[in-house]
Write a protein that binds this ligand. Structure first.
Ligand code: AMP
Length: 144
């Protein structure tokens, strides 16, 4: 399966924030949407990614500073992205190798979706279940 099909099922919504947004407001967005990351955009261009891990790291380092910081001060700027034609196996590999759980998807330079490790595991599980069902039916002779 490819990212394209996963997005067709899951949807294309991506929660984005501007670089100047206070970190506390970004935290509230993560909680309100029940998500683990926001994409940082300026002029419709991806500038970075902020995940709960970035906030946790900052909180462990200097909790008092959290209320003063803006997203751009703790986001990751070097964003790893995927494209709709990438396979789930490839995405899994990229996520594991880079130790990331979120992959923004871009097409022609535009953000078209986001895939989390949870989405990938869920899609792979569905694939395996379908294959199992097919094999069971095959063994039971339903294709004779
Ligand atoms: P995560 O496991 O996704 O919460 O992210 C762990 C760390 O990797 C955090 O510092 C994130 O900002 C960073 N990160 C997450 N996703 C990406 C990505 N697609 N590209 C670059 N860095 C990322």
């Amino acid at each position: 399966m490819k990212i394209r099909s996963l997005l067709e099922k899951k949807g294309y919504e991506v929660v984005t924030v501007p670089p100047s947004l206070p970190v506390l407001d970004a935290m509230r967005l993560l909680v309100a949407h029940n998500i683990g990351s926001v994409i940082v955009e300026d002029d419709n261009r991806v500038q970075g990614i902020l995940t709960e891990r970035d906030i946790l790291r900052q909180a462990a380092r200097n909790p008092e500073a959290l209320s003063r910081l803006r997203v751009e001060e703790i986001m990751t700027r070097d964003v790893v992205v995927g494209v709709p034609g990438d396979t789930l196996a490839y995405v899994m590999e990229i996520m594991t190798r880079n130790r990331i759980r979120h992959l923004p998807v871009v097409e022609d330079g535009w953000l078209v979706g986001i895939v989390s490790i949870g989405d990938v595991v869920d899609a792979l599980r569905t694939d395996v279940e379908a294959e199992n069902r097919y094999l069971r039916d095959y063994i039971q002779g339903k294709f004779d």
